[in-house]
Design a protein around this ligand. Structure first.
Ligand code: BGC
Length: 905
C-alpha cells in the first residue's frame, strides 16, 4: 500500500562466522524441560532429555570460569529458561552498558534492535511475516497460506510445520525475530487484516498460534505475537479507542495471546497502534504489565508496532521494551530528563535491556551467527509445507450434485476465468505481502494437472481497474466542454480556501507520482504552486460522465488507504464516503442512472503527498463482463471461476467491502447462466456477500490467500487428488447486517471510540444468542467422503477437569479428514454464557471404513468464565453438556457431565 514498502528500510543480514544449527540445547538438571531443535523434520516434538552442565550448581568462581569458556560451549537453538551462567552473562552486559547506551538500545534501527559492538552484541534482525520471510527490498521467500487458511486446517501439527518452515527461511536470512503470528480476533469480515489472523474463536486461535510459535522457535528464531490488543479493525488504527469490558477481554481477545505466551512460550509480543479503554496499547500498564508479565509470566521482549509509540514516559513506564522502528520517543533526549526528574527509573530502563538481552542469550544469538548457511535460501522442503497448508486450509462450502471432484478423463475443456485466476494472489496487502520465488496461479495449477486431452481455456472475465478508468470518457461541462476533468489542488487536507492550482486532466486518477506528471516535476511544481511543499494535500476532480442509456451503473473508487480519505458525489449526492474512515480500499456501489450527462466529483485528501494511488471508474453493470468469457463458458465442459480480493482491495491499513470486488458478482451470475457447471473459488480473508449468486452456483470453495502453491492446491482439490478438509474458522453470514458487530464496528458518532457492545458474543457465540442462522456456520466444511460420530463418553477427572472420548468413522469411499469439534455448554448458568464454546478439537484423517477413537482432555478453564468482581476464572456450577460434531451447527453427540469440583486452580 502507499509507501508501506517504499518507506521501509531493507534489513541487513549479517555475514559472520557460523556455528552448526544442529547444536543441542543443554540443561541444568532441575530446569524445566525445554524443546530441543534436533531436526526440522520433527518440529513439534519436545524433548525433556537433560544433561547437567558443570556450572548449574556452581560457585561464582566456577561460573566465572565457565563464562570464559562460554564461546566454546554449544548453545541452544530454541529458547530456554536461562541458566545461572547465562543470567550472569546478562547481568554483566547490563552492568557494562552506560545509561546512554541503554537508552539508545531501547529504540530500534528500522527492522533491528541495534548492535552494541563494544560489547559484541550483534544487531538483532527482524522481518515481517507472518506467512513468509518478507524482505523490505522485495526479495522473495517461500510464501505460505495466510493465517485464516492455516486456522481453517484446524491442524496444530501443520501450524508447527509452517512455523518451522518460516523459521528455516528466517535462519537462511539471518533473521532473529519474525514479526508474527497475528492473533487478533475476527469480529467482522470487514477487517482488512483478517487474512493474517486465525479467525473468530479464541481457543482455535490460541492452539494454532501455539503450534506455529513452537515450530518457529525451535529453529532458533523468535516469533512475535501481535497486535496486542484490541486491534480488530484497520480504519483509524492509530487513533481508534477500543472499549471492551474486562470479561470480554479475558474470554475473547486475550486467550490467543495467553496461549502464545503460556503454551507457545513466545519470546516477543508486539503492542498495537490503537488505544484500549482510553490508553494507547504502548502506554497501557494494565495489559503490558499486570496481565502480560504478572498474570502470564511473560519473560520476553515487548516491542511496539511500527510507529505505535506516542509518548516516551508513558511507554517507558507501561512496560514497552523497545520502540520500533526507531526511538522517536523512547530516546535519550526524552528519557534522560525523565530519569533525572524521577518519572522513569533506571531500574525500569535496565529491565527493558534485560528483556532484550535475556532473549538473545536464551537463543544463543550472542554466540552464533543467526544466518545458517546449511539452510538453502530457497528451501525446497518448504515448498511442500506451503502446498500442504494451501490444501488443508481450503474449505468446500457447497458441492451440489457432487460436481466435485471433477473427472479429468471426461473433460475436453475447462474454462478458467476470473480476476484471480492469473496471476494468482498468494497473500493480501500490507506488511504481510510477501513476494514468492514462484507463484502457481489457478490457471497454471489446473493446466499442470490435466493431460493433453483436456484444453484449458482462460479469460480474465473482467477488465482491470486501470482498463476501466482509462476508457471512461469525461467532459469538463455537462454535454460539452473539453474532454477530461478539472483537477483542483489544495495545500491542506480538507479543501480549505481557494485552490492552489486548477488544471484540466485526462481523467480521474493519480498513480504514484502521477501528480508530478500532471503538473510537471513534482518538486518544482509543488515549489511553484506552494511556496514550500505541503505536508498535506487535497484534490477535487470534477467532470461529467454521459450514461449511454438508463440503467444500473457501477461506481468504483480505489485508493491506497492509510493517510488518505476520499469521497464521491454523483449529481450532487454523496455516494461513497471514505473521508474520515477508510471503510474500504476499493469501495464500489451500484447506481441507477438516467441516460445523459451526470456530474461526478471525486475528492481526495492525503497526509502524505508522495506515492499513493487513486483510481476511479464508472461502468454500466451490463457491460462490465468480458463477452468473450461468456462465449467460452458456454462451450466449456466446466467453468472454474477464481473470484476474490487482491492486494489493492484487501490489505493492512484499511478495511474492505463485504461484497466481492467490482464486477465479480455480475461475472458469476452471467457465467452461471452460460454454463451451470460452475465452480467458484474465493480468495479472501473472510466471508463475502454471496447473496445474489450463491443459489446459482453448484460448487463453492473458500481458498483464502493460499500462498505460492495455491494453484496446485486448487487443482489437487478440484480433481480429487486431495480431499478437502478445511473447516470454517469464522461464521459466514448471509447478510452483512447479520454479523453481531454490524452496528458497532465503526466508532460511535463523533468519537473515536469503538465500543465492543456485543461483548463476548462474537462470531458463533453471537449468532446463537441472536438466533440468526448463518449461511455457513463456524466449524463447517464439506468433504468428498462422509463421517459418522458415535459413542461419546464423558468422565469427570480430578478437580474441575474432565475427559471426553468418542469414535469417528469414515463412512464413505475415499480417504479424508474431518475436524472433530468439542463444545461446552453450562446447563443452568446464572451468568449469561454462550450456548456453545469450543474447548477441544482434533483433525482426524481416516481411510474409507476406518474408525478412530478420539480422547479430548478438558481442564478447569474449559468450564470457566471470567468473574470481573472476583477478578478470576470461576466455574458457576457442576453441570455441563458436552457436544461433539463437525460444526457448531452439527453436533450429533451430546452427553451430560457433572464435574467433581468447581474449584479453578
Ligand atoms: C504492522 C505490523 C508490522 C510492522 C512492521 C506495521 O504497520 O502493523 O504488523 O509487523 O508494520 O512492518
Amino acid at each position: 500500500m502507499r509507501s508501506h514498502v517504499a518507506a521501509r528500510p531493507t534489513p541487513s543480514f549479517p555475514l559472520s562466522t557460523h556455528r552448526s544449527t544442529r547444536e543441542k540445547a543443554q540443561l541444568c538438571a532441575g530446569d524445566a524441560p525445554r524443546e530441543l531443535t534436533v531436526s526440522s523434520a520433527q518440529p513439534i516434538a519436545a524433548s525433556s532429555k537433560k544433561r547437567s552442565l558443570p556450572w548449574c550448581h556452581a560457585t561464582p568462581l566456577a561460573v566465572a570460569a565457565a563464562l570464559l569458556l562460554w564461546p566454546l560451549v554449544g548453545t541452544a537453538q530454541a529458547p530456554h529458561a536461562l541458566t545461572a551462567a547465562e543470567q550472569h552473562q546478562v547481568d554483566t552486559l547490563v552492568s557494562q552498558m552506560s545509561l546512554e547506551q541503554k537508552l539508545a538500545y531501547i529504540g530500534g534501527t528500522g527492522f533491528a534492535a541495534r548492535a552494541v559492538p563494544s560489547l559484541k552484541i550483534p544487531a538483532l534482525e527482524m522481518s515481517d511475516g507472518p506467512y513468509g520471510t518478507r524482505s523490505n527490498s522485495g526479495f522473495p521467500s517461500t510464501t505460505y497460506a495466510a493465517g485464516i487458511g492455516l486456522a481453517a486446517s484446524w491442524d496444530r501439527a501443520l501450524a508447527s510445520e509452517l512455523g518451522a518452515g518460516i523459521g528455516r527461511d528466517a535462519r537462511a536470512r539471518g533473521v532473529h525475530f519474525m514479526l508474527g503470528p497475528g492473533v487478533n480476533i475476527y469480529r467482522s469480515p470487514r477487517n482488512g487484516r483478517n487474512f493474517e489472523y486465525f479467525g473468530e474463536d479464541p481457543y482455535l486461535s490460541g492452539q494454532i498460534a501455539a503450534g506455529y510459535i513452537q515450530g518457529m522457535q525451535q529453529q532458533g528464531v523468535s516469533a512475535t505475537v501481535k497486535h496486542f490488543l484490541g486491534n480488530n479493525s484497520e480504519f483509524l488504527r492509530h487513533d481508534s479507542d477500543t472499549e471492551m469490558d474486562e470479561r470480554t477481554a479475558r474470554e475473547i481477545y486475550l486467550p490467543a495471546f495467553e496461549a502464545a505466551v503460556k503454551q507457545g512460550h513466545v519470546s516477543a509480543v508486539m503492542d498495537s497502534y490503537n488505544l484500549i479503554d482510553g490508553k494507547h496499547a504502548t502506554e497501557n500498564p494494565y495489559f503490558n504489565i499486570d496481565i502480560l508479565r504478572k498474570d502470564w509470566g511473560f519473560q520476553g521482549v515487548l516491542m511496539s508496532d511500527w510507529d505505535a509509540t506516542y509518548d516516551a514516559v508513558g511507554a517507558a513506564d507501561a512496560g514497552l521494551d523497545i520502540e520500533m522502528p526507531t526511538g522517536k520517543f523512547m530516546n535519550q533526549a526524552n528519557l534522560m530528563p525523565a530519569i533525572k526528574a524521577g518519572t522513569v527509573t533506571q531500574a525500569t530502563i535496565d529491565e527493558k535491556v534485560r528483556h532484550l538481552l535475556s532473549t538473545a542469550v536464551s537463543y544463543g544469538w550472542l554466540e552464533r551467527d543467526q544466518r545458517d548457511p546449511s539452510i538453502g535460501f530457497l528451501d525446497k522442503q518448504n515448498q511442500a509445507v506451503a502446498r500442504k497448508a494451501a490444501q488443508e486450509g481450503a474449505v468446500l462450502l457447497k458441492n451440489e450434485g457432487k460436481l466435485l471432484p471433477l473427472q479429468k478423463q471426461s473433460l475436453k475443456s475447462i474454462l478458467v476465468v476470473g480476476p484471480n485466476a492469473y496471476p494468482g494472489v498468494p497473500v493480501g496487502g500490507g506488511s504481510a505481502g510477501v513476494v514468492p520465488f514462484h507463484l502457481v496461479s489457478g490457471l497454471e495449477g489446473i493446466s499442470d494437472a490435466v493431460d493433453h486431452n483436456t484444453t484449458v481455456l482462460y479469460d480474465a472475465g473482467l477488465p482491470t481497474m486501470k482498463n476501466l478508468s482509462g476508457h471512461m470518457i469525461l467532459m469538463t461541462e455537462a454535454g460539452g466542454g473539453k474532454p477530461g476533468a478539472t483537477l483542483e489542488t489544495w495545500s491542506n487536507v480538507d479543501l480549505q480556501g481557494a485552490p492552489a492550482s486548477s488544471t484540466i486532466v485526462p481523467g480521474i486518477g493519480l498513480e504514484g507520482l502521477s501528480l508530478a506528471s500532471l503538473i510537471g516535476n513534482l518538486d518544482s511544481a509543488l515549489a511553484t504552486i506552494f511556496s514550500s511543499p505541503p505536508k498535506a494535500i487535497s484534490h477535487r476532480f470534477t467532470g461529467y460522465y454521459t450514461a449511454a442509456s438508463a440503467g444500473k451503473y457501477i461506481v468504483i473508487l480505489e485508493d491506497s488507504g492509510e493517510g488518505s480519505g476520499n469521497r464521491v458525489f454523483v449529481d450532487g449526492k454523496q455516494v461513497i464516503d471514505n473521508w474520515k474512515l477508510v471503510r474500504a480500499y476499493q469501495p464500489h456501489i451500484s447506481l441507477d442512472l438516467a441516460a445523459g450527462p451526470h456530474k461526478v466529483v471525486v475528492e481526495e485528501s492525503q497526509t502524505s503527498i508522495l506515492g499513493g494511488h487513486l483510481g476511479f471508474a464508472i461502468v454500466a453493470e451490463d457491460k462490465v463482463v468480458n463477452k468473450r468469457a461468456l462465449e467460452l463458458a458456454a462451450k466449456a465442459d466446466v467453468v472454474v471461476m477464481e473470484a476474490g480480493f487482491q492486494q489493492e482491495s484487501e490489505s493492512e491499513g484499511g478495511d474492505r467491502t463485504f461484497s466481492l470486488p467490482f464486477g465479480q458478482a455480475e461475472l458469476i451470475r452471467e457465467l452461471s447462466a452460460a454454463n451451470p457447471k460452475l465452480v467458484v473459488a474465493i480468495t479472501s480473508g473472510g466471508n463475502v456477500d454471496s447473496s445474489n449468486w450463491i443459489e446459482k452456483v453448484p460448487a463453492v470453495l473458500e481458498t483464502w490467500y493460499a500462498g505460492q502453491e495455491g494453484g496446485h492446491a486448487l487443482a489437487d482439490i478440484l480433481f480429487g487428488a486431495v480431499n478437502p478438509s478445511g473447516h470454517l474458522p469464522a461464521t459466514f453470514e448471509r447478510r452483512a447486517e447479520d454479523n453481531p458487530t454490524f452496528g458497532d464496528y465503526y466508532p460511535e458518532e463523533g468519537t473515536r471510540v469503538v465500543h465492543y457492545k456485543e461483548g463476548i458474543f462474537v462470531g458463533y457465540r453471537g449468532y446463537e444468542k441472536n438466533h440468526v442462522e448463518p449461511l455457513f456456520p463456524f466449524g463447517y466444511g464439506l468433504s468428498y467422503t462422509t463421517f459418522r460420530f458415535a459413542n461419546l463418553s464423558v468422565q469427570p477427572a480430578q478437580g474441575a477437569g474432565a475427559s471426553a472420548s468418542f469414535d469417528i468413522t469414515n463412512t464413505g469411499t475415499r480417504q479424508g479428514a474431518d475436524v472433530a469439534q468439542l463444545y461446552v455448554t453450562e446447563d443452568h448458568a446464572k451468568v449469561e454464557r454462550p450456548a456453545h464454546e469450543l474447548k477441544g478439537f482434533e483433525r482426524v484423517d481416516l481411510a474409507p471404513g476406518a474408525t478412530r477413537h478420539v480422547t479430548i482432555p478438558l481442564d478447569a478453564r474449559a468450564f470457566s468464565y471470567y468473574d470481573v468482581a472476583q477478578k478470576r476464572w470461576v466455574i458457576g456450577s457442576k453441570n455441563f453438556t458436552i457436544s461433539v460434531g463437525d460444526s457448531v451447527a452439527s453436533l450429533p453427540l451430546k452427553a451430560a457431565l457433572t464435574l467433581a469440583s468447581t474449584n479453578v486452580p
